[in-house]
Design a protein around this ligand. Structure first.
Ligand code: MN
Length: 136
């Protein structure tokens, strides 16, 4: 914690720490996302497949879900659909991270219930501003 960070904390102007669930099967991608999120001051948990990711997302323990579309056991699209059909996750923002570069994919992802999406590899500033916008 920097000196400036401590001063801010004393004045209670730092937003409360948010809990972010990263559903991602690729360890390198997870390490990058978690490093960025932790740098932003968030607490990060990792689910490596769609089944455990959906369970965790429905637990009520998280403020944001980062969701990879290509994950084992249950696809990201299936997880997203299940979250949007479940009242327990009605207010839970979901940021989809996709490597798909096909035209129209982003629109389809938002139609599927995602709060936002980023194409991998994502721009760091865009990542930070998107995460911040989803957890004001
Ligand atoms: Mn993947």
């Amino acid at each position: 914690v920097t000196e400036r960070g401590q001063t801010l904390r004393e004045h209670a102007e730092v937003p409360r720490q948010r809990r972010v669930l990263v559903v991602e099967d690729n360890e390198v991608n997870y390490e990058l996302a978690s490093a960025l999120l932790e740098f932003m001051g968030h607490d990060v948990s990792w689910a490596r497949d769609g089944v455990s990711g959906l369970d965790a997302a429905l637990s009520g323990a998280f403020d944001l879900v980062l969701l990879d579309l290509h994950i084992p056991k249950k696809s990201g699209r299936e997880v997203l659909r299940a979250l949007r059909d479940d009242a327990r996750a009605s207010g839970l923002p979901v940021l989809v991270l996709t490597a798909e570069a096909m035209l129209g994919t982003g629109e389809a992802i938002l139609d599927g219930g995602a709060s936002a999406y980023l194409s991998k590899p994502f721009d760091l500033d865009e990542f930070r501003s998107t995460v911040t916008a989803l957890m004001p």
